[in-house]
Design a protein around this ligand. Structure first.
Ligand SMILES: Nc1ncnc2c1ncn2[C@@H]1O[C@H](COP(=O)(O)OP(=O)(O)OP(=O)(O)O)[C@@H](O)[C@H]1O
Length: 266
């Protein structure tokens, strides 16, 4: 049964993914389906391979084995020109926004428009102003450099860059890490609002239990080199595995479950 508001069509399909760094096997047969329109939270202990999974799905890191399809196209075997077309259909926000420090916010948001879509300057400028407004930044932020912004504003600017080309999927790597609880809650709301307004599919790597409870339709638990469990938060509470039990029944999870109403998006 698809989550309400989503369809049964997977926009990301990972099968038998294997990734090794030297003798260290990070992924040992990862399978995952992400449905169109859902917010899926990827959780797992530190070093379990969440960011490496994200990087493989977006084609930045090569897997050793297995298949990855995004929007029906193989990411592994796609010729360069098709890959360039495909990657315009998703946006990525890396940890800390990963902005170019020597560029203003406007110039940062324009990078995908310039590199991937070759839009003319006046259109880029207009679209960058729109994207910056969409993520809730004041207009004067456009002309500021990353170092002149707060951590929360930098993340919003990173989000604006991720949606620069009206993507169908956004990948967010720990978007609320380092934010205070109010800033994190506001960012959760922003993710939910933009997801609903733009019909986005959101692939969210996070350690933030509050985010999971507040905005995720489903959760995927990465551990021991594979997806241990995938399902709703309610389903996670019934999974009989020590890591999943500790994670979803620990004091922090209980607190997040108790306050999830306060961090729920609209
Ligand atoms: N380029 C690389 N070369 C060698 N090892 C790497 C490389 N990239 C990642 N790794 C290793 O792969 C493992 C998974 O890393 P990854 O960053 O995906 O973990 P994570 O689950 O995102 O962790 P965290 O929650 O701490 O961010 C780690 O042991 C890391 O050291």
């Amino acid at each position: 049964m698809p989550v309400p508001g989503t369809t049964a069509e997977p926009v990301i399909r990972v099968r038998g993914l294997v990734k090794r760094f030297g003798a260290h096997t990070v992924h040992d047969g990862v399978d995952l389906d992400v449905m169109r329109g859902e917010v899926i939270g990827i959780v797992g202990g530190s070093g379990s391979g969440k960011s490496v999974l994200l990087r493989q799905i977006v084609g930045l890191t090569k897997p050793d084995a297995g298949s990855i399809e995004v929007l029906g196209e193989s990411v592994r075997d796609t010729p360069a020109a098709e890959y360039r077309r495909l990657r315009r259909r998703w946006g990525v926000m890396f940890q800390d926004g990963a902005l170019f420090s020597s560029l203003t916010v406007r110039e940062n948001v324009e990078v995908p428009m310039r590199e991937q879509a070759r839009l003319p300057a006046d259109l880029r400028e207009m679209l960058a102003a729109l994207k910056v407004r969409m993520v809730g930044l004041p207009e004067d932020a456009l002309h500021k450099y990353p170092a002149e912004l707060s951590g929360g504003m930098r993340k919003r600017a990173g989000f604006a860059r991720a949606i620069a080309l009206d993507p169908e999927i956004v990948f967010l790597d720990e978007p609320t890490a380092g934010l205070d609880p109010i800033g994190a809650a506001a960012f959760d709301t922003l993710i939910r609002q933009l997801q609903a307004a733009l019909g986005l599919t959101v692939f969210l790597v996070t350690h933030d239990l509050d985010s999971l409870y507040a905005i995720c339709d489903r959760v995927a638990v990465l551990a021991e080199g594979r997806m241990l469990a995938v399902g709703t938060i309610a389903e996670m509470s019934r999974v009989d595995h020590p890591w999943v039990r500790d994670y979803f029944h620990g004091p922090r999870a209980r607190a997040a479950a108790g306050t999830s109403g306060t961090r729920k998006g609209p």
